[in-house]
Design a protein. Structure first.
Length: 657
């Protein structure tokens, strides 16, 4: 019998094999059940449901998606994603005592048109399907009510996103700053959504219709934060993540993060491509208002591209098609826009504006001048080259100007980061300097400074401290540079350091096949000393990594043979080393990186299972449990949810100061 948590109230459910629906003894709710084939899957569902009940829908959704990656026929996983997408929270009706849904993330799309809802019905049995359809009907009625209210609201120009109260219920500094900004914007004639005032006459009613209307109508969202945890608090993130989602789908909107008394490098990763504003900067509000005015002014101008396209087109047959293409662009229908541009090119293969339209569709840009806001230059794009080749002087100058502007803006940003990084290096703040230089790639002499900062940080390292050394994908954003690996210093012998990665960096089998192996013969050793070593370290870093003779002792509890000594640059800790260098279970706790989680790392309350090199009982390999305890008996060598914490010896005896 499997134990699960009720997805409504969190109560305990005892699930019989092959059971697809049940009734919770705690809240009395009849509900559907997931496919559970082992304790790991049950733990994944419990963790995801916990996040969803806590309204942390994005975290929950990522786990449900991981479940679907493993089994794309699990109806409950599809349904759970729907609940996250619409922000469904089940609250207790005080009259009937039943759990009823509320919608916290309103969507224009009806739940009945949602593709994941359709998939949940496709893979559900008849009992599950009936419950899904019944709940969907209730959610659809709530949607209709929210839309009816929201459509009566006048559009907003600016949405101020901030945290109103702290954990003790006191008003935050963010609220005060938002209040000041609200009144300054109101003086300039903007219609501003500021919940403290905008919603004050809505007490006793659901706020979602008004928040939904404001998020969808506002051209600008300003996200204010004086603490990193405020930016990431559930309800604040719920607002700005929804706004960013609209932008990604093609809406002509701008999000501006505004911070105070925090390091901009600590802002949420989702803001990394945005120009954040420092609220301590002199003239911040005036600069912000001036920028919002420009955005508002651009919005009321004639829609770009349409008239100029018609005027510049020499072919009366293709002019209407071009007009349609640019209308599709304005509407965010990039697939249709590209299709109509292709129709133009069939009749007029040297039409510069058709190539421009294809470029905009590919980059998902609705207005021509929005090409200025692209994050990266697009002069290598084939459609850009064709547009430039056939363009007249006016269009050619505009296209070159867009690329030049992006390059100048990129150089300015990099120079600012570079200047700050050099200053951090000069003042001995090496860890921050490493992060900054790492983000710059090959800009100027950043790589040289990066190596110097790494070496300087190593010189001052002591047992128990943390250092940065090497790079590995960790945030699962492969479009950016790899992240510096953080290591914990376990031992120091003169200028030699034994280190282990602070976080579990990846997820790998101890051995790819189910057979008895020792550390000497396992595939994980091959990977660590091959692919991992080659890709994680530069040539200068590799010169610092010692080739060490590794003792592979027998299992102390079960006597399983550890095998021959090995010579390794990268290895795993043994049972005795894990007990020697970590004095307690709590010290052995390890969190997996986002990349490791995506690759299958099992986690429980944020901590993961990680491999040791020692043998376990029989043909197993030893490991550390998510609770930090050393499991002498281990786990099957071929399981694919074991995380990896590499260890190595570093020698800095020849390093210059």
């Amino acid at each position: 019998m499997t134990i699960l948590k009720c997805k409504m109230c969190g109560g305990t459910l005892e699930i019989k094999p092959e059971e697809t629906i049940t009734v919770c003894d705690s809240c009395g709710t009849r509900q559907t059940l997931p496919k559970i084939n082992d304790d790991r899957r049950a733990n994944m569902y419990d963790r995801a449901d916990h996040f969803r009940r806590s309204n942390d829908y994005d975290k929950a959704m990522s786990i449900y998606e991981q479940i679907l990656n493993e089994d794309n026929t699990d109806a409950e996983a599809y349904w759970s994603i729907v609940l996250c997408r619409y922000g469904i929270e089940y609250i207790e009706d005080p009259t009937s005592r039943k759990r009823i849904p509320t919608v916290n993330r309103m969507q224009f799309t009806s739940i009945f048109s949602d593709e994941d809802f359709k998939s949940s019905l496709e893979y559900a049995d008849s009992y599950q399907r009936g419950i899904y359809e019944e709940e969907a009907q209730a959610i659809d009625e709530i949607q209709r009510g929210i839309l009816a209210i929201s459509q009566k609201e006048e559009p907003f120009d600016v949405f101020i996103c901030y945290k109103e109260t702290d954990s003790n219920g006191r008003r935050t500094q963010d609220s005060v700053l938002a209040n000041d900004l609200y009144h300054e914007l109101k003086k300039e004639g903007f219609k501003v959504f500021y919940s403290r005032i905008t919603l004050e006459d809505k007490l006793g009613t659901a706020y979602e219709p008004y928040i939904f209307a404001a998020i969808n109508s506002a051209k600008v969202m300003v996200v204010i934060g004086t603490k990193i945890e405020y930016f990431n608090s559930v309800w604040i993130k719920n607002e700005w993540s929804r706004y960013l989602s609209l932008i990604k789908k093609g809406s002509n909107k701008i999000l501006i993060p505004a911070y105070k008394d925090i390091d901009p490098y600590d802002l949420p990763d989702e803001f990394s491509h945005l120009q954040a504003q420092d609220m301590t900067k002199l003239g911040f509000i005036q600069d912000l208002i001036r920028g919002i005015k420009k955005i508002a002014a651009a919005d009321v101008q004639n829609k770009p591209g349409r008239d100029s396209v018609l005027t510049d087109s020499k072919n009366s047959t293709t002019a209407p098609l071009l007009r349609r293409a640019f209308i599709f662009l304005e509407d965010g229908d990039f697939e249709k826009a590209d299709e109509y541009c292709e129709k133009v090119l069939d009749a007029d293969p040297e039409n510069a504006h058709a190539y421009l339209g294809k470029l905009m569709a590919e980059l998902e840009v609705e207005k021509q001048e929005d090409l200025l806001d692209c994050n990266e230059p697009f002069d290598d794009n084939n459609n850009y080259k064709k547009a430039l080749k056939y363009a007249d002087d006016k269009l050619s100058a505009a296209l070159k100007g867009y690329v030049s502007h992006i390059n100048d803006e990129e150089d300015r940003k990099k120079q600012n980061i570079y200047d700050k990084a050099v200053s951090l290096y000069d003042t001995g703040e090496y860890e921050e300097a490493i992060n900054a230089f790492e983000s710059l790639g090959s800009y100027k002499d950043s790589r040289l400074y990066l190596i110097r900062a790494i070496r300087a940080s190593l010189k001052g390292a002591e047992t128990g401290s943390y250092i940065y050394f090497g790079e590995y994908e960790q945030d699962n954003n492969t479009s950016n540079n790899k992240e510096s690996i953080e290591w914990q210093v376990l031992a120091k012998e003169n200028n030699r350091f034994l280190v282990v990665s602070r976080y579990a960096l990846d997820c790998k089998e101890y051995n790819e096949t189910d057979k008895f192996v020792t550390w000497e013969t396992c595939t994980l050793r091959t990977w660590l000393n091959g692919s991992f070593y080659d890709n994680a370290f530069s040539s200068s870093e590799k010169a610092m990594i010692l080739s060490s003779t590794i003792a592979n002792e027998n299992n102390p509890e079960y006597g399983t043979a550890g095998g021959n000594k090995t010579t390794d640059r990268v290895f795993l800790l043994s049972i005795s080393e894990a007990q020697k260098y970590f004095s307690s279970d709590s010290e052995r706790l390890a969190k997996p990186t986002a990349y490791a989680i995506v690759n299958g790392a099992y986690e429980d309350d944020g901590y993961c299972f990680w491999w040791l090199r020692s043998p376990g009982r029989g043909s197993r390999a030893a490991c550390v449990d998510p609770d930090g305890s050393v499991l002498d008996y281990g786990d099957d060598v071929y399981v694919d949810y074991g995380a990896v914490r590499p260890a190595l010896w570093i020698d800095i005896s020849n390093l210059e100061p």
